[in-house]
Design a protein. Structure first.
Length: 144
C-alpha cells in the first residue's frame, strides 16, 4: 500500500515539474502559434519552439555557459534582433540542419557570468524564416 501512495504522488507531481521547467524558457508572444518543449542538461537548459500541434521545429535556444557554437568559426550572413537586442546571424555548419534556411547566433545574457543564449532557426521557405525571426524579435528572456 505504501508503494501505491508513493507512485500516486510521483504521477501527480510529474506534470508540475514539467510545467516548471518550461518556465526557464523565454516568453513567446501570445499570437506566435508556437509552444516550448524543454530539456535539461547537467549545467544548461534547451528550449525548442515547435509549431503548435505539429513536430515542426521553428527554433531552439540553448541557455548556459558553454555553447558548442562559436561564431568565429562561422560565416556571417546578416544582422537582426532577438528579444529586441541586436545580433549577428551566421550560416549553418555542414552538420547543423537539413533546413533550407538555417541560421544561428549567440547572445550574451549576463556578461559577468558568461551566461549565453545560442539561438538557431530552421525554416523551409523565406516567408517561414521571416515569420520565425519576427517571433524571435519579440521573445522575452527571464533573469538567469
Amino acid at each position: 500500500m505504501k508503494h501505491f501512495w508513493f507512485l500516486s504522488l510521483l504521477f501527480l507531481s510529474a506534470p508540475q515539474v514539467s510545467a516548471q521547467s518550461v518556465e526557464v524558457c523565454p516568453s513567446l508572444p501570445a499570437n506566435s502559434g508556437l509552444e516550448w518543449t524543454y530539456s535539461e542538461g547537467p549545467d544548461f537548459d534547451v528550449c525548442r519552439a515547435y509549431v503548435r500541434g505539429s513536430e515542426s521545429l521553428a527554433f531552439g535556444i540553448y541557455l548556459g555557459n558553454h555553447p558548442s557554437f562559436h561564431p568565429a568559426r562561422s560565416d556571417h550572413i546578416g544582422n537582426g534582433k532577438v528579444a529586441s537586442r541586436r545580433v549577428t546571424w551566421y550560416r549553418q555548419g555542414p552538420n547543423d540542419s537539413d533546413s533550407a534556411f538555417f541560421r544561428h547566433t549567440l547572445l550574451t545574457l549576463d556578461g559577468k557570468t558568461g551566461y549565453v543564449a545560442h539561438i538557431w532557426v530552421a525554416a523551409d521557405t523565406e516567408q517561414q524564416l521571416r515569420g520565425r525571426l519576427s517571433v524571435l524579435e519579440r521573445i522575452v528572456f527571464k533573469a538567469p
